[in-house]
Design a protein around this ligand. Sequence first.
Ligand SMILES: [Zn+2]
Length: 257
Amino acid sequence: MSLSPARLERFARHIVLPEVGGAGQVRLAQSKVAIIGLGGIGSPALQYLAASGIGRLALVDDDVVDVSNLQRQTIFTTRDVGYGKAVSARRWLANFDDALHVDVSDARITPDNAAGLIAGSDVVLDGTDNFATRLAVSDACVASGIPLLSAAVGRFQGQVGAWTGHLPGEACYRCFVGDAFDAEDCDTCADDGMLGAMAGWVATFAAMQAIKVLLAGVSAMGDPGFGKLHILDGLDPGMRTIRIAKDPACKACGSPA
Ligand SMILES: [Zn+2]
């Protein structure tokens, strides 16, 4: 595959980076990324992933745009209020770059349909707002052998982790949080509040880490850092990184004796 002159011009600032280069840009153009949840994380992440020239995007969200979303969900405008997030996101993408292929679903992702919704993806970026959904997405990624970027934010703290539980010795998201949250929708931001720009920081960092996953082995963008959890603090700005070990008893990726 080679990029057309128009695409070379569009992505010139990427291609000039030795860490991306022409080979990296071609790889991005050949990649498919699934974005689960188009809210405070998924919306800015979608903008940067689309801008990076990723060839195919699969967007999944069953929610409808509410006026209170506009404070942080940057792809939506006042005109989108009342319309589905998935269809509104497709409209944004069509205006932004009509060369990108987009699959949208307004299904609620569950353990039953997750594998189908992420099928064929090179990486999944999960920005949903509850543990039950995040675990369903993680389990489907492990079963399908797809790397997962999981990102979450509340108030002024965010978390971004890259997971490859399908690989020996590598943790999955369930190894990190355990099984206690499968049935709970306990951590949505409606009660706690969230600064919009904080969600943007977490989302764009997750998008950058997703690009590292895509470019691993193709260009020198670096180590995607599988099994590492980055904790972003917005009030006293900084980032801590911890390593999460694979749980041998994990019901998604472990191999209990
Ligand atoms: Zn696991």
